[in-house]
Design a protein around this ligand. Structure first.
Ligand SMILES: [Zn+2]
Length: 191
């Protein structure tokens, strides 16, 4: 899930206007951004569910560091600390919370592959409610998040937009919708 995270970040922007939209977008997928080098290094992996081609929602994601509960918390705190160098604390805390929201939103989607501790230390029970077993329902949920988040963003931005800013709000709204649907489309097609 990526598009759904973007939708959530857009919704947060409507309530936290001081947080830059680009930073919120980066924060909401930061766990996946950190996942990429670990994936390339073979430390974190994606294995297709048995009997599937590994399409949308059909992967068991062994992201045992970035997507462990404690790992996600530590990455979120680190993100907030770095963000606090540039922005006031209230903004940095919002950004850190948005980083952690990734794990919270992944929890209902993932197959049971989210560990509690980094590296799945102690082999504790793995979490994930497995909504991905129903790919169409999962994709619809992502679309709902994109539409709701974009709507909340656009409504809040239109309210506070000064003279001459309304076209900017329209462009950003269109960009949010486009990025959400393109991301979901690529995800769905497994590109
Ligand atoms: Zn993720």
């Amino acid at each position: 899930m990526i598009a759904g995270h973007f939708g959530f970040a857009a919704a947060v922007k409507s309530r936290a206007p001081r947080a830059p939209l680009w930073a919120l977008m980066l924060a909401c997928v930061w766990l996946d951004v950190v996942f990429v080098p670990l994936f390339v290094a073979g430390i974190e992996t994606i294995v297709p569910l048995p009997g599937t081609s590994g399409g949308y929602g059909e992967g068991v994601i062994h992201a045992d560091y970035t997507h462990s509960l404690l790992g996600a918390l530590l990455i979120s705190v680190a993100f907030a600390l770095v963000a606090a160098i540039w922005w006031r604390w209230s903004v940095a805390l919002v950004l850190g919370a948005v980083v952690f929201s990734h794990w919270v939103l992944d929890l209902p989607m993932h197959h049971a592959d989210l560990p509690l501790l980094p590296g799945n230390a102690g082999s504790l029970p793995l979490l994930g409610f497995g909504l991905w077993r129903w790919p169409a329902a999962s994709a619809l949920l992502e679309i709902a998040l994109v539409l709701l988040g974009t709507f909340l963003y656009a409504r809040a931005a239109a309210r506070t937009a000064g003279a001459g800013q309304s076209s900017r709000v329209r462009y950003v709204t269109a960009a949010l919708l486009a990025s959400g649907f393109v991301t979901l489309g690529l995800n769905w097609l497994n590109i």
